[in-house]
Design a protein around this ligand. Structure first.
Ligand SMILES: [Cu+2]
Length: 118
């Protein structure tokens, strides 16, 4: 519930800058590409990605990242949540920072940052 409340709070903030429709559409869009890309992702291979950290939830170990297109997943640019793998050190990361990272999709709807490359 904590995450839901957080997203809602952010949606409220962003509503002031007229961006809330984009947030509201985020999950719907993800279900679409999850289903389509499910087969090719099931192998759990980590792929390269680049993005800007939008939000860090250190206690939940969740990063909200505005990522550039991820060709290996046939996924366009978007903002979405990634769970940090146990070995990933979040202490050096800052909101607004651009990172190169490796990510896997172990199951539908769950995205994991497996490594921060730079
Ligand atoms: Cu995405």
């Amino acid at each position: 519930m904590k995450k839901v409340v957080g997203s809602f709070g952010m949606a409220l903030l962003l509503a002031l800058s007229a961006q809330s429709p984009a947030i509201a559409g985020e999950h719907k869009h993800h279900h679409g590409h999850d289903m389509k890309a499910m087969k090719q992702m099931s192998e759990q291979k980590a792929v390269d990605a680049v993005g800007v950290i939008h939000q860090i939830d250190a206690s939940e170990r969740v990063l909200k990242i505005q990522h550039e297109p991820i060709a290996d997943w046939n996924m366009g640019a978007m903002r979405m949540k990634f769970h940090a793998a146990p070995g990933v050190d979040l202490s050096n990361l800052k909101e607004g920072q651009k990172i190169k990272f490796k990510t896997s999709n172990p199951k539908v709807g769950r995205y994991v940052v497996t490594e921060i490359v730079e």
